[in-house]
Design a protein around this ligand. Structure first.
Ligand code: TXA
Ligand code: MG
Length: 359
């Protein structure tokens, strides 16, 4: 299949932008697939109400078809068409966080095919804050099913470059959006199940548990989120798969900074001696103190949002650089921050839950 790359930048004129997006929207309406930017990660979009489109999405990603897709909307009025009920607390969460990096799970209406929900009676819905994403969703008819636009098992793409790497020849179009006007969160949306008595967080993200608590009072969290115990099935089916893993071996090191840096450098030195290629994800404040073939600066320990933004790029770069052994230094400041839960969740998955604690 030939994949068209559609470049849109902040300099693109309004008319050209509209005609480009209507071309992209038409592809979706005809049952094709288009990758598009959002404020979290790039999505791989198809018509959420067309079972054949959902089938194509699974095929393009190489993703198991029991792993449900998120339906993206651009207008809150469209929600009622695809869900059977919106609990009061979900309305309050939507008021506060939509458009934005929050996905909510509802009981689905008959309009949503089981192919989109992986056979479930529930449907996950998100209204992104990214303006171009919303314009695209409108042009596409209002309901765009979109997983992250990576091949299954790879880190979610935070730039068009990685979408092209994974999806070229597999989908109809990739929208390459060149602009910094939208905040780049870099991790997938927070998922909240609204079908129980209380909201339950199924996947941590930029919207933290505390932010949800502040609106609704009390929130549960799926016990499997930080747990390596694979005997309990996570409530978001996708969380059970081995995700976001680089080709090499990643180990997290937490605790006192001096000890962590010393430990990491010692391990790396041993691997280097054996001729292995090594990498470190380090904290800005200590960046000069790490030694490896590839040292990535994850930003300040006071700013977990920087690590969130950069993490998936680093994992992809390590693969491109053929790095075999990697360490990520996680400070208590990051671990204990609200967003730290999301960052740690993704890091733990990438590391296969290998973590060394030195305090
Ligand atoms: O930020 C995001 O959410 C991005 C962008 C593109 O919007 N999308 C994304 O989609 O991360 P994906 O498919 O990579 O992850 C969707 C997650 C999976 O873990 C899936 O199991 C869960 O959402 N999910 C979808 N529908 C669900 C449902 N009805 N009940 C429980 N979990 C659901
Ligand atoms: Mg994904």
């Amino acid at each position: 299949m030939e994949t068209k790359i559609l470049t849109i930048s902040s300099d693109t004129g309004i008319e050209e932008r509209i005609s480009s997006l209507s071309e992209a929207g038409e592809i979706i309406q005809k049952g094709g697939l288009v990758a598009f930017p959002t404020e979290t990660v790039y999505g791989l979009g198809g018509d959420a109400l067309n079972p054949e489109s959902s089938r194509k999405i699974y095929e393009a990603k190489g993703r198991p078809s029991d792993n449900p897709l998120i339906v993206h909307i651009a207008d809150i009025d469209d929600l009622n068409n695809i869900v059977s009920e919106v609990p009061d607390f979900a309305k309050r969460l939507a008021d506060k966080f939509w458009p934005g990096p929050l996905t909510m799970v509802f009981n689905k209406s008959d309009k949503v095919p089981y192919q989109t929900t992986g056979g479930l009676n529930t449907v996950a819905v998100r209204m992104p804050s990214h303006k171009l994403a919303r314009d695209f969703i409108k042009a596409a008819g209002g309901y765009v099913a979109a997983p992250s636009a990576n091949l299954s098992g790879k880190p979610s793409p935070t730039s068009a470059k990685y979408v092209i790497q994974d999806m070229m020849g597999r989908i109809d179009m990739i929208i390459d959006y060149k602009s910094d006007e939208d905040m780049d969160i870099g991790l997938e949306s927070t998922i909240v199940d609204t079908t129980g008595d209380k909201p339950m967080i199924l996947r941590p993200g930029y919207i933290t548990r505390k932010m949800v608590d502040d609106i609704v009072g009390e929130t549960d969290i799926d016990v499997t989120i930080m747990n390596a115990d694979s005997k309990v099935a996570p409530k978001a089916p996708g969380m059970k798969y081995r995700h976001y893993a680089p080709k090499g071996e990643l180990v997290l090191v937490a605790g006192d900074a001096d000890r962590a840096i010393e430990y990491i450098n010692k391990q790396i030195a041993a691997y280097s001696k054996d001729g292995k290629r090594t990498g470190i994800i380090g904290i800005d404040e200590f960046i000069d103190r790490y030694n490896a073939d590839s040292v990535k600066n994850a930003g300040s320990k006071e700013a977990p949002e920087q690590m969130a933004q950069r993490l998936y790029t680093f994992l992809r770069e390590f693969d491109d650089e053929n790095i075999e052994y990697m360490y990520a230094h996680v400070c208590s400041e990051i671990e204990n921050s609200g967003l730290g839960q999301a960052v740690m969740n993704r890091l733990l998955k990438a590391a296969g839950h290998k973590i060394v604690r030195l305090d």
